[in-house]
Design a protein around this ligand. Structure first.
Ligand code: HEM
Length: 393
């Protein structure tokens, strides 16, 4: 028998931001969906329920006319379903294909990683957040989009301003103003380069959009570039740091991975399960329905907590542990269904084949800095906000 969604009013956003996993466990044990009063949304935290949602976009839509994301970024592919979504998804795919990633983007990413490491390799200590992971993710995305003359710091600031704007729910005027300014700056950066790709197609995302089978309006190009800036930067940054953190916390696993570099890929994949960079994303209930043991109403907003599902004890044994060698089942860190992350192959290559192996290779005997502990934060997006390390020079 389905019951109404239970209310949890003793879970605060502050507690979720500091460490969401104890609260996620309580929610998983309580019901298929729980209303968290402080977050003002129904959260879905069990692995099987999320699979049900992702398999049925008729009942659980991405399209959401009132969404703040549409207001801040324009109407992107992420908030469309069916044909409208597929056309725009297909348009960007040429830049993301495994062959293009391997042959075109790998040398670009390789050079960026080496250049960044060159700048601090002699120092013996650094905070990998600011010196490596943030610029690596931003410089790589800059190249992929096809911008010219955009500083990585600006791209990173635009990304942050957009993400803050999307989760602002209109309450803080300065946040909305900063998001609008970032949106205008991105439009200008697109306008500055678009013409160069009309006659000279290449592997960049702007070029792919311009030469797509179904012509894109400038509004579609702008909205989808903004989604890619919002969603293609923090996640590689955070997964670089989480993979390094997981390996440094577990010396036995690190030794085995260093001895057999093809294990960096599963080390990355396990990091995305363990601390999922996107912890939660939204869906909308299109009609009165039942999900697992709860009854939902048309128009209910759902927060799909893949960060919780990836620690579901019915799916993963010892789910809170970072274990490169666990029995590998599917995780939900890249989402599922039609909106499955378009950048999965890029992230696997950038993080699992280039950024993390290079750090371990070039920073001999890299260790966590005992005097400056790593700090992690967030639940909608989660990752290390500081990762100080030392090595031998
Ligand atoms: C470890 C790195 C990454 C993680 C964990 C990740 C995670 C995700 C997740 C969970 C979604 C689904 C969101 C939803 O359904 O609402 C998604 C979608 C998406 N991601 Fe990623 N992502 C990563 C890297 C990237 C990169 C590097 C790019 C681009 C350069 C990218 C581009 C996209 C796009 C365009 C979508 C929307 C796909 C669609 O709506 O069809 N992602 N990502």
């Amino acid at each position: 028998m389905a019951t109404p969604v239970p209310v949890m009013d003793d879970i605060s956003i502050a507690a979720l931001t500091a460490d969401p996993y104890p609260s996620f466990r309580r929610m998983r044990e309580a019901a298929s969906a729980v209303w968290v009063s402080d977050a003002r949304i129904n959260l879905v935290t069990r692995f099987d329920d999320i699979m049900t949602v992702e398999r049925d976009h008729g009942r659980f839509a991405s399209t959401n006319p009132g969404s703040l994301m549409n207001k801040v970024m324009g109407h992107s592919l992420m908030r469309k379903d069916d044909e409208a979504h597929q056309v725009e998804r297909k348009a960007i795919e040429p830049s993301f294909r495994p062959g293009v990633v391997k042959n075109h983007w790998t040398p670009v990413f390789d050079a960026i990683a080496d250049r960044l490491i060159d700048a601090f390799v002699e120092s013996g200590e650094t905070d990998l957040f600011g010196s490596f992971a943030a610029p690596m993710a931003s410089l790589c995305l800059n190249e992929m989009i096809g911008f010219r003359n955009v500083a990585w710091q600006d791209l990173a600031a635009w990304s942050q301003a957009l993400m803050d704007g999307v989760s602002n729910y209109g309450t803080v005027p300065e946040t909305a103003t900063r998001a609008a300014a970032a949106s205008d700056a991105i439009d200008a950066a697109i306008d500055a380069v678009l013409d160069r790709y009309r006659d000279r197609p290449d592997a960049t995302i702007l070029s792919s959009m311009l030469h797509a089978e179904h012509a894109h309006s400038i509004e579609q190009i702008r909205a989808n570039i903004k989604v890619i800036i919002g969603g293609g930067l923090n996640e590689p940054r955070d997964s670089i740091l989480t993979t390094v953190y997981g390996l440094l916390l577990n010396p036995d696993q690190r030794a085995r991975v260093e001895a057999d570099p093809k294990l960096y890929r599963p080390a990355f994949e396990e990091a995305v399960r363990w601390v999922s960079p996107i912890g939660m994303y939204p869906r909308r209930v299109t009609r009165d329905t039942v999900l697992g043991d709860t009854a939902l109403k048309e128009g209910d907003q759902l927060g799909i907590c893949v960060g919780a599902a990836n620690r579901d004890q019915s799916r993963f044994s010892d789910p809170d542990a970072y274990d490169v060698f666990r029995d590998r089942g599917q995780h939900l860190g890249f989402g599922a269904g039609p909106h499955f992350c378009a950048g999965t192959w890029v992230a696997r290559q950038m993080v699992g084949e280039i950024a993390v192996p290079k750090l371990f290779d070039r920073l001999p005997n890299m260790q966590l800095d005992d005097d400056k502990p790593a700090r992690l934060s967030g639940w909608v997006f989660r990752g290390p906000v500081s990762l100080p390390v030392r090595w031998e020079v």
